[in-house]
Design a binder for this molecule. Structure first.
Ligand SMILES: [Zn+2]
Length: 164
C-alpha cells in the first residue's frame, strides 16, 4: 500500500489541518507530519507573527519618540547645535549624542573625579561636532572615552569652522 500523501495533522494550537505531503519522500512524511504537529497551524502562526511584529514596532516607535523628545530638550537646554545629515541620521544622531553625553557626564563627573569646569570644556568641544554621522558612529563607545573621542574628531566632523 502506498504511503498516504494527505496527512491530517492536529497542530499545537489545537487546529486540525490536512497537509499534502506528496512533494516529500514517502519515508519522510511521518516525521514531517510529527514536526508539523508540534507547531501552530499556518493561520495561527501568521497571526502570532504579525501581532509580535506590530507590538515590537509600536514599542520601538514609542521608545524612540521618548528618547527623541529627551534628546531635543537636552539639546535646547545645553545649547547643542542642530546636527547635519540626512533626516533619519539627524534624529538618530541627536539620540546618540544625548545618550553618550549623559552617560559620559555620569561616568566622568558624577561617579568619576572630573570637575564641572573640565566637563564644560568637553561640552564646548561637543558643540563643535555637528555631523550626525559622527555621533552615530560613537553610539557604542565607552562613555568615559568621550574626551578622547572628541579630541580625535576632525574638520570632517564639523560643518562649520573649527573655533579652536
Ligand atoms: Zn491554529
Amino acid at each position: 500500500m502506498p504511503i498516504k500523501t494527505i496527512w491530517a495533522v492536529t497542530h499545537g494550537c489545537g487546529h486540525d489541518a490536512d497537509h499534502d505531503l506528496s512533494s516529500r519522500p514517502a519515508d519522510q512524511r511521518a516525521g514531517y507530519a510529527r514536526w508539523l504537529a508540534g507547531r501552530d497551524c499556518t493561520a495561527c502562526w501568521r497571526a502570532q507573527r504579525d501581532a509580535d511584529g506590530a507590538d515590537r514596532a509600536a514599542w520601538l516607535e514609542q521608545k524612540r519618540a521618548a528618547e527623541q523628545q529627551a534628546a531635543t530638550e537636552w539639546a535646547a537646554k545645553f545649547r547643542m547645535p542642530p546636527l547635519d545629515g540626512p533626516e533619519k541620521a539627524i534624529a538618530w544622531g541627536e539620540r546618540s549624542r544625548h545618550q553618550l553625553m549623559a552617560a559620559a557626564y555620569r561616568d566622568l563627573v558624577v561617579e568619576g573625579d572630573l570637575d564641572e569646569n573640565a566637563w564644560l570644556d568637553i561640552e564646548e568641544q561637543a558643540r563643535t561636532i555637528d555631523r550626525a554621522s559622527w555621533w552615530i558612529d560613537q553610539r557604542d563607545a565607552a562613555p568615559a572615552d568621550l574626551p578622547e573621542l572628541l579630541a580625535a574628531a576632525t574638520g570632517e566632523d564639523r560643518t562649520t569652522e573649527n573655533p579652536y
